[in-house]
Ligand binder design. Structure first.
Ligand SMILES: *[C@@H]1O[C@H](CO)[C@@H](O)[C@H](O)[C@H]1NC(C)=O
Ligand SMILES: *[C@@H]1O[C@H](CO)[C@@H](O)[C@H](O)[C@H]1NC(C)=O
Length: 271
């Protein structure tokens, strides 16, 4: 009997983002703010040299703003909505949903939708920036982190277990609890399965094909899976786009623990 174990890393080949698509960054980086707070949206994308003209859309309607940054000096309900932008040489960005709220405590997130492997930041923010203590962060109703003094919480590398509804609570004059925020982590590929093209018992001299089976769930330019095969700590086949490896004539010395991986230059996801 062979023990088969699988490890797979995901590889962005050259950068993670479609270079022709505009992107929106927020400063401060939160997609929800209290009323009267300040937030600046920045449109990032290729431009014709000397031409900084930018188009900004709110809820699908063009706005008068034509600069690379869209500043909200004192947020109000009217600033809530779905923002998109584009620069001279880019296509329309993905939307950023900005929410303007009135409450005592606000769980802020850096993004409501993240790609697996990307970071996620959370902040338990009190109205007027008042100090709160004994702060608890919750995911799906369970405490995931607590701080005596309020602090942001960063998840450096998200995976699908980070899906869910987040909220926080903190002690000011009373104990305050924020509303919940839904965060979706988009999976890049399912956990791979290493398969062998033989049925047990394996006889010596047989051809064995190992295949590392998974596929990208999302196509993004520049992204592809690659694979490597190992037996124990020995590399059988280094990085390769081929998801198969052949053992030409299996011998008893070939018995052991096999695993495969697909390595990445940047932000790797391993399963
Ligand atoms: C945009 O849509 C959101 C949600 O539907 C709404 O709350 C907001 O008022 C709209 N903003 C504008 C400027 O129309
Ligand atoms: C990938 O594997 C194929 C088939 O085994 C081989 O011909 C090719 O040279 C390999 N490529 C690299 C970059 O190792």
């Amino acid at each position: 009997m062979w023990l088969l174990t699988v490890l797979l890393l995901w590889v962005p080949v050259d950068g993670q983002v479609d270079p022709t698509k505009a992107g929106i960054t927020l400063q401060p980086p939160w997609v929800s703010v209290f009323q009267e707070e300040t937030v600046t949206l920045q449109c990032v994308g290729p431009r014709v040299p000397g031409n900084s003209a930018t188009l900004w859309f709110l809820n699908g309607t063009a706005t008068p703003t034509s600069t690379p940054s869209y500043s909200i000096a004192s947020a109000s309900d009217r600033d809530s909505g779905e923002y998109r932008c584009r620069t001279g040489l880019s296509v329309l960005s993905d939307p950023v949903q900005l929410e303007v709220r009135r409450d005592w405590l606000l769980l802020q997130v850096s993004s409501r939708v993240v790609m697996e492997g990307e970071p996620l930041a959370l902040r338990c923010h009190a109205w007027k920036n008042k100090q709160v203590y004994n702060v608890f962060y919750y995911q799906n109703g369970k405490v995931i982190k607590s701080f005596n003094r309020n602090s942001d919480l960063t998840i450096p590398k998200t995976n699908i277990n980070h899906n869910g509804i987040y909220h926080c609570s903190g002690m000011g004059r009373n104990r305050y609890t924020s509303a919940g925020v839904s965060v979706t982590v988009k999976e890049l590929f399912p956990a791979p399965v290493l398969k062998a093209s033989v049925t047990s018992p394996l006889l010596e001299g047989n051809l064995v094909t190992l295949s590392c089976e998974t596929k990208l769930l999302r196509q993004r330019p520049g992204l592809q899976l690659s694979f490597a095969f190992y037996m124990g700590s020995k590399t059988l086949q280094g990085r390769n786009t081929s998801s198969e490896y052949q053992i030409l004539a299996a011998r008893s010395e070939d018995s052991g623990l096999y695993w495969c991986e697909a390595p990445s230059k940047h932000n790797s996801v391993s399963k």
